[in-house]
Design a protein around this ligand. Sequence first.
Ligand SMILES: NC(=O)c1ccc[n+]([C@@H]2O[C@H](COP(=O)([O-])OP(=O)(O)OC[C@H]3O[C@@H](n4cnc5c(N)ncnc54)[C@H](O)[C@@H]3O)[C@@H](O)[C@H]2O)c1
Length: 277
Amino acid sequence: MRELAGKVAAITGAASGIGRELAYACASAGMRLVLADLDRAGLDATVARVPAPAAGCLAIDCDVSKPASVEQLAQRAYDAFGDVHLLFNNAGVAVCGPAWTATPEDWQWSIGVNLMGVVHGIRSFVPRMLARGQEGHVVNTASVAGFVSVPGSSVYCATKHAVVTLSECLQHDLALAKSRLAVSVLAPAFVNTGIADSARHRPAELAATNPLAAPFEARVRKAIEAGRLTAADIARLALEGVREGRFYILTHPAILPAIDTRAREILGGRPPTNPMP
Ligand SMILES: NC(=O)c1ccc[n+]([C@@H]2O[C@H](COP(=O)([O-])OP(=O)(O)OC[C@H]3O[C@@H](n4cnc5c(N)ncnc54)[C@H](O)[C@@H]3O)[C@@H](O)[C@H]2O)c1
């Protein structure tokens, strides 16, 4: 989708980090915005700094792990603007720790937001986008953790690998249906956002965390704080990818050799080496 001006972007996880910067990048490109998050204060802070909000900016409370909440988001977006052309399924959370001590609550929360959030976005928006018959684009935020397997990140990696294959299957399904919708999977490495403090919005009933998370969390926090690309850089690269119709948007080229190594190990029947020794 080369021309973005005047079109409508819907962005989940827009109250912070990459989602917030996607909102600014889309607004700067002349798009109208539907911004969704469960963090109302953060959402309001995003809206307060949107360039040229007069073009149209709707901020909606939404929990992407809940199908009815995402369905309501889509309905309100179409009621307000009549169309959504660019969907960012971006909301996400991270947990850490060894696989054998990850709690059922770690799994339920992470799968609910990172995977089912994308599933619900696809289910609520894509049929409406298809019905309109217009050119459109769905961007699902995975991570480099969707292409390699990182120690202490089994839960996060499992959800992000799932988002990658879900996006690949969606691409095939849309091509078979001869639709005018494109798909991208956005895969950043470490970016300094609120992701290390994901637990700030963790539901009380899913509070039980991995008892051995601490050293892995400290390591991830350090790597995130050292991330050289900013959330604004990721948003710029994402829109570049959308304009160029690129499926894989891997924002950190330094990770490519690790993906290559993994592919060679699979094909060669060798066990995986640690991509983050
Ligand atoms: N920051 C990184 O290093 C990095 C790297 C790779 C991928 N990612 C991915 O980028 C995406 C954005 O994360 P970020 O880094 O900007 O983190 P962030 O914490 O700054 O932003 C995530 C946003 O998602 C929202 N959110 C969480 N649960 C939600 C729910 N149930 N419903 C609706 N909104 C919810 C949060 O309130 C927050 O506003 C995530 O999918 C994350 O996994 C981040």
